[in-house]
Design a protein around this ligand. Structure first.
Ligand SMILES: Nc1ncnc2c1ncn2[C@@H]1O[C@H](COP(=O)(O)OP(=O)(O)OP(=O)(O)O)[C@@H](O)[C@H]1O
Ligand SMILES: [Mg+2]
Length: 412
């Protein structure tokens, strides 16, 4: 047998004791983790906990495993939103297929879980918009997916919205750029698959009333076209409105969650033409800023939310002390006095249901609701107490996070 693993090597080393010579289907149940509500899959896919991590293992033909391994490695280097690949195991005895190993995407949920959750506020619309954003991002990078579906996408809560990740790259083709025809074809495949998946959910009684599978899926291509147009369109405007037009456009792209690369402005006496190179990578401006200030690693929208809270806290500190408070000082105090106070209020049995930053975001939303009802600001501490008592328990524990499932596996 042969293992090909990407660094860090210690992670791979932890996995070497698994029974790679046996068919994945026959692995001892004791080694495996139950991950509920997954998408529809053709291959044998199993989950294992090893060390502090959880991995997804997929049995698949060697040629495809190598293809997927190489692609996912590149995607990760480029910062595209995909699952992270660890390696492959090939040359298994008795002509068995290869096994592809990816890291379990923490705090991710499948669409089945999202629809069947008692907190199914994630409407079909939101799900589609998130998928469309993922497709646009991939297409900008020259990635033809060929199998875009709800089953092949994982969703993560991101400050009340969702972020989507590609999980299955088996059919992916990489090109320098995609033609309009290739893009249209990819979107059309997605429309068909999503329609079938929603019908399947409806059949299983999991689709909320009032969502029509076909009409919903038909909404995918126009949404895609609108977003594609928005991020790629060339703009023409008069010479006197140049500056604010550029600012407006860049702000809009940032708001949509895209980063901006090179900006090209071609001027002529009649006016100007603006071409913007939209970056495909996961947007990172706010994440980097929050990491620098607090050491917290979170998702982009969550970071924006937390940074706003730091700004508000800084203003409050300055008002209270009557002196200017430097940003790093404010961030440090916010972390200790606000963020960690909220985290400390979460009992261990409820921790792990959502990412900590998502919990913080929900506490802020809850604080706003409570304050509005009370006609005064109830404060973060009181909001956290009420949230932990009344809201968080409604998030079902089925949301599998490595800490939760690893704990379950070792009986902790
Ligand atoms: N790294 C991962 N983290 C979380 N969930 C994962 C991961 N890898 C796979 N899954 C889950 O397992 C399911 C099946 O995985 P995948 O789509 O790669 O295999 P498959 O469906 O058998 O392949 P195909 O779509 O070609 O039939 C996914 O829908 C996803 O829910
Ligand atoms: Mg799949």
């Amino acid at each position: 047998m042969r293992f090909l693993f990407r660094p860090p090597a210690h992670e791979a080393a932890e996995l070497l004791s698994l029974p790679w010579d046996q068919p994945l289907e026959e692995w001892d149940e004791q080694l495996l983790l139950e991950v509920p509500q997954r998408g529809i899959s053709r291959h044998v896919v199993r989950f294992v906990a090893s060390g502090r991590h959880v991995y997804a293992l997929k049995e698949i033909a060697e040629r495809l495993a190598r293809h997927e391994y190489a692609l996912l490695s590149h995607f990760e280097e480029e910062g595209l939103p995909t699952v992270s690949v660890l390696g492959i195991c090939v040359d298994r005895p008795g002509q068995q297929e290869a096994i592809l190993v990816t890291r379990y995407l923490e705090y991710s949920m499948s669409y089945r879980w999202l629809f069947s959750s008692p907190r199914a506020e994630h409407s079909a619309e939101l799900l589609l918009d998130t998928m469309v954003e993922l497709l646009v991002r991939l297409h900008l990078a020259g990635v033809f997916w060929g199998d875009c579906s709800l089953s092949n996408t994982l969703f993560r809560p991101d400050a009340g919205a969702l972020a989507a990740y590609l999980v299955d790259a088996e059919t992916v083709e990489r090109h320098p750029t995609l033609s309009a025809g290739q893009r249209r074809y990819d979107v059309d495949l997605a429309r068909e698959r999503v329609g079938a998946e929603l019908l399947d959910l409806q059949f299983g009684g999991l689709l909320p009333e009032g969502i029509d599978p076909i009409t919903t899926a038909e909404g995918l291509p126009p949404r895609y076209e609108a977003l594609w147009e928005e991020v790629t369109a060339e703009q023409v405007f008069g010479a006197d409105e140049q500056q604010w037009r550029i600012t407006e456009r860049l702000q809009r792209l940032n708001d949509l969650g895209f980063d901006v690369g090179e900006v090209e402005l071609i001027t002529s006496p009649e006016g100007a033409r603006l071409r913007v190179e939209t970056r495909v990578a996961e947007p990172g401006q706010h994440r980097r800023e929050l990491l620098r200030l607090t050491g917290l690693e979170v998702q982009e929208r969550q970071a924006r939310r937390l940074l706003n809270d730091i700004v508000a806290y800084r203003a409050w500190l300055e008002q209270k002390t009557g002196k200017p408070v430097p940003e790093p000082v404010a961030a440090h105090r916010w972390l200790a006095e606000v963020y960690q106070t909220v985290m400390a209020a979460i009992p261990p049995e409820l921790a792990g249901r959502l990412a900590p930053a998502e919990i913080f975001h929900e506490v802020l939303v809850h604080r706003w609701l409570l304050s509005e009802k009370a006609g005064r600001d109830v404060g973060t501490e009181e909001a956290a107490r009420s949230y932990v008592a009344n809201v968080l328990p409604r998030t079902p524990p089925e949301v599998t996070t490595p800490s939760v499932i690893a704990g379950r596996a070792t009986g902790r």
